[in-house]
Design a binder for this molecule. Sequence first.
Ligand SMILES: [Zn+2]
Length: 287
Amino acid sequence: MIQLGDFKLHLINDARAMHDAGGPFGLVPRALWRDVFMPPTDENLLPMTHHNLLVQANGKNIIIDVGYGNKLTDKQIAYLRLERPQGGLVAGLERVGLTPVDIDLVIDTHLHNDHCGGNTAQAEDGSIIPVFPNAEYVVQRREYEDASRPNERTRATYLAANFRSLIESGQMRLLDGDTELVSGIRGVVTPGHTPGHMTVTLESGGQHAAFVCDMASYAVHFERLGWMTAYDVEPLITLETKRQWQAWALEHNALLIFPHDPLRPMGRLSEDANGKRTVVKVDEPYV
Ligand SMILES: [Zn+2]
């Protein structure tokens, strides 16, 4: 657990999956990233973790992103080599003494399947039900609109089963731009990965943190403005978004959370005398 002012932050490792390196590094040549990040496997795969953040603030239990969930087919699990060594999100909540009924707010940074699949589950009768029955869910309206009209590039990851029933039942609220969700917790639009992608900032007792999410999937993407993933639909906008947020991170000495990074899931940006910017890892006791 990390204490941020009055807030309690618990990083929960929902899963780890293996992805073709062309995903996380996109247009960046392998010769450039392999020594800086890590060499890929013989099959050119790299690990991505899928972390969620439980925030206990103002008497509320808030989850930022919910991972793949349990609707994946055996074929998808095998393709992704998906592993849940710690049992996944719900098991992580149990280690903090919580169950899904205790969650008050679910913040979906965006609606890609690896971030919001855990919003819902399939009941035995085949119906789609919310995993967090008492929670309000929030997502940006722009993200919802894009997810509702996927194109050839996005339809494998924008799956209506993850969000449509929540909208129809009124359990999911659509946000129009930057929004304070709870005192000290803001959803801020950080376009690039998707136009409606959201970073969540936390501020308590003068301390700042950000669930960066896919603005920079790995910490190394945050350090190097020109490096971005193949999953970004607007890569040059990602670059400019990161430029702004590097300045923010330095100004606030913010704790940065990179939910896909197996090496540096948490860190702080520092700048040396030559202007070189590096994410310095913060060790995080997982729950
Ligand atoms: Zn992602």
